[in-house]
Ligand binder design. Structure first.
Ligand SMILES: *Cc1c(COP(=O)(O)O)cnc(C)c1O
Length: 487
């Protein structure tokens, strides 16, 4: 990261300058070396910069602004629901009754925390229309895998060992076929029709007595509501398969439609998307799974139950698929999601869907002037455009995404879903103002104009960032994460 305008903390170093103050020793100072043992005592001074507190403050503050986040700018990354994370969630998650407890504490001493978990499970069951929910899975993909393992246990419990296939639409999130494979199934693709919905004829063709489940996202990954969902449910159920709902993005249907009512048997949610857990940059997630009553015996153990007015963990679950995570899930994210749900209330959650859908349609219709819209109908919480028209001018979707960086925006998701050429997939979320949406659309329209007048400007973007185009493979495989002193 040797960049001219970057405060290179090592180069600012002056001998004996300090930026820290340590508290007094609160352990005996004698024989520390001996007490620690040879293996833990330094043989030489660490090679650290010697700088003042103010210098180190500026260093980290400068670093923090190098990253794009929801708190620094618009982030319309489709299928990711980069919505505002209310700061009240953080206050609640930091209450000592939640943050200073240990998972191995006796249940009698953490009844408040357990009661929150219980309430959250019940609330998510209500929101999804399922009978029971587990909070164990740590993320969406982990929830998918957990759900599929339960479906597998269910079929095998019926002596049905031939159900080896999981059907996945071609527009699905990549985690769907991956989870199916990791859970030991063969992923079978079902095609989309020319309206972007699952092709019923193709579904009838691929379904058979080996079908374990259909994994479906609804609204699907094109942001379109699967209108034939009931017919699809009966096709799968009649063949003896189960219906899995990928509920990572619930933003379009909260309070309006429930997977349980559509006929789904198993559903996962991403609390770090719809329910405002901070994510991106690898923060912890939470992917609870809801099931209908017939799947309850297979839930990961332990399950949380109420016995004699007390919350306790029940480990006596002979048919359980076992634990899927140490302890009980990412508790801190669950506290945030619970806080969000309680702050919004039922009416507030309905408003989320209304504004998420309104914002997406507003942006889509404005952008349609300049960008191809492969599926004409109204969208739900997100939409997919195609950069085909710009590609003919030599400007690819990747170039458009890079040019957006110059305007201070995180680009939409690109080249996904894979069934749309030069895909641009945007999800504004309900938390953005009309002014923000308009400013983003104006930037997109300007870029489209540039593609006609000055294509090189777009092809060579970004022009204003610290680094321009990098080797993305190398950046991921061989990242340089620390300062390398010039020898
Ligand atoms: C984000 C997402 C997932 C995966 O969730 P992770 O928490 O990233 O594992 C699965 N399906 C859909 C539709 C998603 O948008």
């Amino acid at each position: 990261m040797a960049n001219q305008d970057f405060p290179l903390i090592f180069e600012l170093s002056q001998e004996s300058r300090t930026g820290y103050s340590l508290p007094e020793f609160d352990v005996p100072e004698t024989n520390i070396d001996e007490q620690l043992g040879d293996a833990f005592v330094r043989k030489s001074e660490p090679d650290l910069p010697e700088v003042s507190e103010l210098q180190i403050m500026r260093h980290y503050t400068a670093l923090s602004t190098r990253n794009h986040g929801v708190d620094s700018g618009f982030y319309p990354l489709g299928s990711c629901t980069m919505k505002y994370n209310p700061k009240m969630n953080e206050d609640v998650a930091r209450l000592t009754g939640f943050s200073h407890i240990h998972p191995l504490q006796p249940e009698g001493t953490v009844q408040g925390a357990l009661s929150l978990m219980f309430d959250l499970q019940e609330t998510l069951a209500e929101i999804t229309g399922m009978d029971t929910v587990t909070l164990q899975p740590a993320a969406g993909a982990h929830g998918e895998w957990t759900g599929l393992m339960m479906i597998r246990a269910f079929h095998e419990g019926n002596g049905d060992f031939n159900r080896t296939k999981v059907i996945v639409p071609d527009s699905a999130h990549g985690t769907n076929p991956a989870s199916a494979t990791v859970a030991g199934f063969e992923a079978v693709t079902v095609k989309s029709d020319d309206r972007g919905l699952v092709d019923l004829e193709d579904l009838k063709r691929v379904v058979d007595e080996q079908t374990a489940a259909l994994m479906l996202t609804n609204p699907n990954t094109l942001g379109l509501f699967e209108e034939n969902i009931e017919e699809m449910a009966s096709i799968i159920h009649e063949a003896g398969g189960k219906l899995y709902y990928d509920g990572a993005n619930l933003n379009a249907i909260l309070g309006y439609a429930r997977p349980g009512d559509m006929g789904f048997d198993v559903v996962h949610l991403n609390l770090h998307k719809t329910f405002t857990g901070p994510h991106g940059g690898g923060g912890p997630g939470s992917g609870p799974v809801g099931v209908t009553a017939e799947f309850e015996p297979f839930l990961p153990k332990p399950i949380l139950i109420k016995r004699n007015e007390e919350f306790v963990f029940d480990y006596d679950r002979p048919k359980s698929i076992g634990r899927v995570k140490p302890y009980y899930g990412n508790f801190g994210i669950n506290v945030r999601a619970y806080t969000y749900i309680r702050t919004m209330g039922a009416e507030g959650l309905k408003k989320v869907s209304e504004y998420a859908v309104l914002n997406a349609n507003y942006m889509m219709r404005r952008l349609q002037q300049e960008y191809d819209l492969p599926f004409e109908q109204h969208c739900k919480h997100e939409f997919v455009l195609s950069g085909k028209r710009q590609k003919k001018l030599g400007v690819r979707t990747l170039d458009i995404a890079k040019r957006l960086l110059d305007f201070g925006y995180h680009p939409p998701t690109i080249y996904f879903p894979i069934n749309v050429e030069e895909a641009i997939m945007a999800e504004p979320t309900e938390t953005e103002s009309k002014e923000t949406l308009d400013a983003f659309v104006d930037a997109m329209l300007q870029i489209s104009q540039e593609a006609k007048d000055d294509p090189e400007k777009v092809q060579e973007a970004p022009h204003t960032t610290i680094v321009s185009r990098m080797d993305e493979t190398k950046a991921a495989r061989k990242p340089v994460l620390r300062y390398l002193k010039e020898e």
